[in-house]
Design a protein around this ligand. Sequence first.
Ligand code: VGL
Length: 215
Amino acid sequence: MKIIILLVIIGLGILIYYLFFRKKMALLIIDVQNDFCPGGTLAVTDGDSIIEPTNKLIRLFQSNKKIVIYSRDWHPLGTTHFKCDENPDGWPVHCVGGTKGAEFKNGLIVPLNANIVSKGMGNGENAYSAFDPGARISGMDLNTFLKNKRVDTLLVCGLATDYCVKDTVLDAKKLGYNVIVVQECIRAVNIEPNDGEKAIAEMKNAGAIIPEKIF
Ligand code: VGL
């Protein structure tokens, strides 16, 4: 009898741990939007070539009931993030909320009930990082969302290596997450030819794990 009670207590303990304390991994896909892909207003060379391997990861996470999160730039038209008199070094107009350019690139698997972080929604907000305090997912910032879901590890993919991927990964490391960046699923803007390589070195220095190849 005592043994049975002991086994039940151990079983309940394992169940409670599994349900309430176990840490999780999430897939975080950064800004795979029309304007960052060939044909878009701020196209990253080969940006769309990450879609196929990224979809493999999405399917893997979906079939294991794991969390997949998509970030997107969602700018107001008049933002000083864009080139204008106040900001002559600003970016070309891109990813204006509600426009075709801001939609996720065709071919990327995005379920109807996708977890989406929208960022750069305030005037002048660069919000390269998906952890930007103004970015919103289900009405909260990304860190709160991940903490609520007990995520401690992020697998990161997306565009662009030298801006939004880099800033997101650096913030994630500062916030204490384990971060793995999938090199086959990122591409750089490369305004200077080696910006992408520099970004990878910076992310590694900050503690991100960046394998040469995972496929
Ligand atoms: C990005 C440049 C400007 C990015 C966003 O998603 O990496 N790059 N805005």
